[in-house]
Design a protein around this ligand. Structure first.
Ligand SMILES: Nc1ncnc2c1ncn2[C@@H]1O[C@H](COP(=O)(O)OP(=O)(O)OP(=O)(O)O)[C@@H](O)[C@H]1O
Ligand SMILES: [Mg+2]
Length: 259
C-alpha cells in the first residue's frame, strides 16, 4: 500500500537572494513518506537552495516550505528527524571516525553507552567497523563519505537530505555507495531527498525525479521511475529512463524540444 503522508511541501516557493539572483521561481512539490526523490538539474538552477530550505537554512522569499507540516527550522531545532549530507564529507579532522559519528549524538545528549553502541552500529552498516579509531586523513574519499553518511544515520532521521554526496568520488566507489545507500533506504524506510546533476545516478536511485530548469529555478518535469530495486544499469528499460531524463534535462536548459 502506498503511504501518502506528506514529508516535504514546497508551496509557491520563490527565492530571490539579496544580490537579486532569482534562485527559485514558483516551486511546487509535495514529497511523500518513503520516497527517494532526486532534484536533477544544471548548475545554478537552485537545487542546493531548495534543499537547504528544507534543512531550515534560508527562508523562502514568497510561498512556504514545510517539513512534516511544520516550519523546517522548528523541526531541526526540536528533533533528530532531519539529517543532511553535503558533497564534501565535512568531518572534523582532529576527531576519530567513531568520535565524528558520536558528535551529533553528544549534542543531543543521549547517554554515553547507548551513543557509542549506536555509532558503532551505523559504522558497521556502512562497512567501517574496522576503522573506528582512524582519523579522516587516513581514509579514502569514499570512506570519508561513508563516515559522513553514518553520522547522518546515527540520529535515525526520518528525512535524509543529500547534496551531491558522491560527486567527488570515482565511478566504482560511487556505484558501491549508491548500492549501499539504497540498501539503507529500504531497510530504514526513510524519505530521501537527493541532489544530483548526474542522470544515471538519478535513474539508478530515485523513485521520482524532479527535473529542474535554469530559467531560473523552475520544476520542468516530474518523472516516476517505475523500475524495481535493485536496478540493473544495463537493461533496456533503464536506458529508456536515462534517455528520457536526459531529454528532459536538455529541454529544461532550452537545448531541445521534448518529443
Ligand atoms: N548565498 C547566496 N547569495 C547569493 N546568491 C546565491 C547564494 N547561494 C546561491 N546563489 C545563487 O543562486 C543560484 C542557485 O544556486 P544553487 O547553489 O541553489 O544552485 P545549484 O543548482 O545547487 O548549483 P550546483 O549544481 O552548481 O551546485 C545561483 O545563481 C547562485 O549563484
Ligand atoms: Mg548545489
Amino acid at each position: 500500500m502506498v503511504n501518502e503522508k506528506e514529508v516535504v511541501l514546497f508551496h509557491g516557493v520563490d527565492k530571490v537572494y539579496n544580490t537579486g539572483t532569482v534562485a527559485l521561481n514558483q516551486l511546487n512539490l509535495s514529497i511523500k513518506e518513503g520516497e527517494f526523490i532526486s532534484f536533477l538539474g544544471p548548475s545554478g538552477c537552485g537545487k542546493s537552495t531548495a534543499l537547504r530550505m528544507v534543512a531550515g537554512l534560508g527562508e523562502a522569499t514568497r510561498g512556504k516550505v514545510e517539513v512534516f507540516g511544520k516550519n523546517p527550522k522548528d523541526v531541526i531545532e526540536t528533533s533528530n528527524d532531519v539529517a543532511f549530507v553535503f558533497q564534501d564529507a565535512n568531518l572534523l579532522p582532529w576527531r576519530t571516525v567513531l568520535d565524528n559519528v558520536l558528535l551529533p549524538l553528544e549534542l543531543r545528549g543521549s547517554d554515553k553507552k547507548s551513543r557509542k553502541e549506536t555509532a558503532i552500529r551505523v559504522l558497521e552498516k556502512v562497512g567501517l567497523k574496522d576503522h573506528l579509531k582512524s582519523y579522516p586523513r587516513e581514509l579514502s574519499g569514499g570512506m570519508r563519505m561513508r563516515v559522513s553518511i553514518a553520522r547522518a544515520l546515527a540520529a535515525k532521521p526520518k528525512l535524509l537530505l543529500m547534496d551531491e554526496p558522491f560527486a567527488a568520488l570515482d565511478e566504482m566507489t560511487r556505484q558501491t555507495l549508491q548500492m549501499d545507500l539504497l540498501n539503507i533506504w529500504e531497510r530504514e524506510k526513510m524519505t530521501v531527498l537527493f541532489v544530483t546533476h548526474n542522470v544515471y545516478e538519478a535513474v539508478y536511485l530515485s523513485s521520482r525525479i524532479a527535473v529542474m530548469s535554469a530559467r531560473p529555478g523552475r520544476l520542468s518535469n516530474l518523472i516516476d521511475v517505475d523500475l524495481p530495486y535493485p536496478r540493473e544499469r544495463t537493461t533496456a528499460k533503464f536506458t529508456e529512463y536515462v534517455d528520457f531524463a536526459s531529454q528532459s534535462l536538455e529541454h529544461s536548459i532550452g537545448r531541445k524540444e521534448l518529443v
